[in-house]
Design a protein. Structure first.
Length: 250
């Protein structure tokens, strides 16, 4: 456990000691600010019964943050180690391959969640100033951040796999981004397609990130959504571990 925690601290330190980490935080804050400004403008124009977090996920800003940011966070996980020559030194230390993969994933997930914490603080301030409960409705806020954590976990696990497959951080980011966009594109299929007997439509409805986030943002925690993201994350982390272990076969 001490080794695992040390590796997690190493990953977080690497994120905050690099320019990329601060750029990610700045971009998330900038786009979140634009989104909140747009939402407040809409609220000033008329009443809206939706929680602010639901309005946020329905905006283009949310997906513009989520899909590109996760590949940037994970692109250095293994690719940077290989490029700088520290990969073999890391893997020959008395630590298991699974521990390394989990530590890198945990560090990436913690950094991902830290980039979103300012949004929670801003919503709390807006609720205090405006006395409007919609800015921080407890059930919707919990559901939205749970959904964000689960989605982020799946996308970050994809990024870890992409980073383990290559020495190039750019290629790792592109592979991870394409996988995430591919999953998001499936979400664009109309929900009505799931009810017309079309098998692909039912599958697309089951994996739809938009529908899942819609339920989470309304405070509905469906166990099917949770199982989908947890099982998907476990699958990609398993594949990442197998890729890391493959160095022993060469």
């Amino acid at each position: 456990m001490n080794v695992y925690l040390a590796l997690v601290r190493r990953e977080l330190g690497g994120a905050f000691n690099s320019l990329t980490g601060f750029v990610v935080v700045a971009v998330v804050l900038l786009l979140t600010g634009y989104s909140l400004t747009d939402i407040i403008g809409k609220l000033n124009g008329g009443a809206d019964d939706r929680p602010v977090v639901e309005m946020f996920y329905q905006s283009a800003y949310f997906w513009l943050i989520l899909l590109p940011v996760t590949p940037v966070i994970t692109m250095r996980s293994f690719a940077a180690e290989k490029a700088t020559g520290t990969y073999e030194a890391l893997m020959t230390t008395p630590v298991g391959d699974l521990q390394v993969v989990l530590a890198k994933f945990t560090g990436a997930l913690l950094f991902f969640l830290l980039t979103w914490l300012p949004l929670l603080a801003v919503l709390a301030v807006l609720r205090q100033v405006t006395k409007e409960p919609a800015f921080l409705e407890p059930r919707a806020t919990f559901g939205a951040f749970l959904g964000l954590t689960l989605m982020g976990s799946l996308l970050l696990s994809m990024g870890c796999l992409a980073s383990a497959l290559t020495r190039s951080q750019i290629i790792a980011a592109m592979l991870s981004f394409l996988m995430g966009v591919g999953l998001w594109v499936v979400s664009l299929r109309p929900e009505a397609a799931a009810a017309d007997g079309d098998v692909f439509g039912r599958v697309a409805d089951h994996v739809s990130m938009m529908r899942h986030m819609g339920d989470f943002a309304r405070g509905v925690v469906d166990s099917r959504h949770v199982v989908f993201y947890v099982s998907g994350t476990v699958l990609f982390l398993f594949l990442t571990t197998r890729v890391v272990e493959s160095r022993k076969w060469k």
